[in-house]
Design a protein around this ligand. Sequence first.
Ligand code: ACO
Length: 431
Amino acid sequence: MSKEAKLELDGKVYTLPTVEGSEGEKAVDVSSLRATSGYITLDDGYGNTGSCSSKITFIDGDLGILRYRGIGIEELAEKSNFIETAYLLIYGSLPNADQLRTFSDALMEFQFLHEDMKYHFEGFPTGAHPMAILSAMINAASCFDEKIMRWQWGKTKEFDIVVAKLISQVRTIAAYSYRKSHGLPLIYPKKSYKYTANFLHMLFSSPYEDYEIKPEVVKALDLIFLLHADHEQNCSTSTVRMVASSQANLFASASAGVCALWGPLHGGANQAVIEMLEQIHKEGDDGSRFIAAAKDKNSGKKLMGFGHRVYKNYDPRAKIIKKSCDQVLEKLKINDPLLDIAKHLEEAALKDSYFVERKLYPNVDFYSGIIMRALEIPVEMFPVIFAIGRMPGWIANYKEIMEEPKSRIYRPRQVYVGRTLNPYVPLAERK
Ligand code: ACO
């Protein structure tokens, strides 16, 4: 069978090489097409465009498969934890005991922010959205650290330090962004707590009393981090790669990722799901009226937490998180009416021809918000939690670009459909 594609344009035949991935994914390499034929390929929203080759994460959206570095998400969710999974994503394989200790020690060593960063936090008004604070402060953190600013592409040893700083400090900044947005005093990290417990401590302790660390709460939040840790070329990861391709520093690239993640069609969806469920509850609807509205294009409503560009089957993360949701609510003895509404919405949508025909299934955000509510994490912090979780994926993608010898700046083309050449009209002659 031919491994080349033939494309006929204006009576000429162009031969294009094909590429096959390790899981049999096929692509036509069009990179030479413009030079040889004058044509570019057009794919609005990049729905059918591979922007890179990557060894990090594999998704089969039709079969509902997600693997980090070849390991199934179900197995990682059951046997691993967020920090070990972060190492796996960034460095390519599971760490041995020494590597894991070194990584954890580095996270501990770099968890404090420069003291002067406090003044930056003070500049934000009470009520500022923590995603705005997170993005700004991740970028600002690089100004306080010569290593981040001076670090150059290809310097691996120093890169390890910059990585540990980002993974560790994003959690400190995230907790401070919540404290600041509520006008609360900042709480410093503790040496005795591990990653996720320390985050909860910085979020919820007060200067007088430590927050009680419950293992089931730590486990549930750690699982949410792990399930969000990477998802190949989504909007925010592509943004990170785009910024990284200009050789911007890691913190600047990650800060751009936070902004891309913020929108309600991406990482903001978990917040939008809860707001939707609350509205349904307030209106006394069991979800049926909302589903009818979500099917009507003129209503401006969508069933948030449903649908995915890649998954045309159940999002495997949604299955794991739904189970965890039931367990956490039971352990914490919480009876949340929003869970009943969510379950009813899911059941009704999965039977409804509108959702069936369009292959719209619950995504990871459909149930994650209900767990975070049970953990008493405020709704505006939901996308922040997502950002902490996604950080290893962004870093792994940044590293992949950095290590690619033929890496070049990302610069898509366009088809211009605006006005053709027309003269400048002086102000007095304009109608
Ligand atoms: N509710 C109702 N209709 C929907 C929904 C939804 N949640 N999602 C898609 N559709 C409809 C679209 O209107 C479209 O209908 P049409 O063919 O009649 O025009 C069809 O399904 C295909 O949808 P697209 O918008 O083309 O799908 P796309 O791949 O562009 O968007 C997205 C995917 C953004 C996730 C979309 O499904 C959505 O907006 N979902 C709700 C927001 C959400 O949950 N986002 C989280 C994504 S996962 C994540 O980031 C972790």
